[in-house]
Ligand binder design. Structure first.
Ligand SMILES: *Cc1c(COP(=O)(O)O)cnc(C)c1O
Length: 329
């Protein structure tokens, strides 16, 4: 392990931004009047559902690929992913002419598998859980001399996601609270690194689903623990932390101020709310921040709240069913 988690600084996030600038979009920040009224505070939405490939994962994947040596790039990369990371890595790999191998567990929906194949990556469907797919990815990384690109536990992935924090500081300088979807923790770690370096008193709230919240269970236990993976509408947040976590667990532990867990129903309500109120397509994982506010579960917050809307890659029949069930058509 060459880089220690405590070595990461705001400067690394700025370096990440310089690297990824031309390939990654600066996403808009939108007013959220109904959520503002609900909280009695100014609420703004950071729209990473409008990022390339439909999720913020582009930032970390791009930063990682551009940090590799020419030799490493020539050999190729491998990852396992619940979908969005694999999709982002495939997209950037194709742009940069790097061979990408993506290992996906069985439960990843067909729309996400197909999107990755279309981007020219080699897709291997293996195992029932993210942890099993990860074990296989590790094995072929060794055998085929590929660089493993973790979906979350990598310093370059973390500082790449952290560039969202820089945009928030510039576009919303009053920000005092950030509500962030939480799974493996690269999104929360990176954004917190940027925001809390600039504003140490800023409040960081992480939101996971009630069904299999790996990082929240790890925080409670004080160490990474095995969780039972359950099917969830927030499939982008599913999965364990792997056996050996070096970065995101200590970083999340350091920065997080509050955790919120939301139910399947609350997530569906938030997806329908995004569609109806904001005309936005948001996947379950991307909607958990709005769900936390709408359900009244956020305990403590300031006057200027940013909610990270992390992705849009929802299976369309599912979204249409949710819309109908909420009387939207
Ligand atoms: C990956 C992902 C997350 C969670 O990010 P972590 O860095 O694993 O915590 C949230 N939302 C979406 C849409 C994602 O793809």
């Amino acid at each position: 392990m060459t880089i220690h988690w405590q070595d990461l600084t705001l400067g690394d996030v700025y370096l990440a931004r310089q690297r990824i600038n031309t390939l990654v979009r600066r996403t808009p920040l939108a007013d959220a009047p109904a959520l503002s009224e609900k909280l009695g505070a100014q609420v703004m939405l950071k729209l990473e559902n409008l990022q390339g490939t439909g999720a913020f994962k582009m930032r970390g994947a791009t930063n990682k690929l551009l940090s590799l040596s020419d030799e490493e790039r020539a050999r190729g990369v491998v990852t396992c992913s619940s979908g969005n990371h694999g999709r982002a890595l495939s997209y950037v790999s194709q742009k940069l002419g790097v061979h990408a191998v993506i290992c996906l567990p069985e439960p990843v929906p067909e729309n996400k598998r197909e999107a990755i194949r279309k981007l020219g990556a080699e897709v291997i469907i293996v195992g029932d859980t993210a942890d099993e797919a990860l074990a296989y990815a590790d094995k072929i990384a060794e055998e085929r001399q590929l660089t493993m690109v973790s979906a979350f536990d990598d310093p370059f992935v973390i500082t790449g996601q952290g560039t969202i924090g820089l945009e928030l500081l510039e576009d919303f300088p009053q920000i005092d609270t950030a509500i962030i979807p939480l799974s493996g923790g690269s999104l929360l770690s990176g954004i917190s690194l940027a925001l809390k370096s600039a504003k140490p008193d800023l409040r960081i709230i992480g939101v996971s689903m009630e069904r299999g919240p790996a990082m929240v269970r790890a925080l409670e236990a004080g160490k990474v623990v095995d969780i039972v993976e359950e099917p969830t509408i927030a499939d982008g947040l599913a999965g364990g932390l792997g056996e050996h976590n070096h970065y995101t667990f200590p970083l999340v532990q350091k920065y997080i101020d509050e955790t919120v867990l939301v139910s399947e129903e609350e997530i569906a309500d938030a997806m329908a709310f995004a569609l109806n109120e904001h005309r936005l397509v948001v996947e379950g994982a991307g909607a958990v921040g709005m769900a936390a506010i709408l359900s009244g579960k956020v305990k403590k917050y300031g006057q200027h709240v940013a909610v990270v809307i992390s992705g849009s890659n929802v299976n369309l029949p599912l979204l249409l069913r949710i819309a109908r069930e909420h009387g939207l058509g």
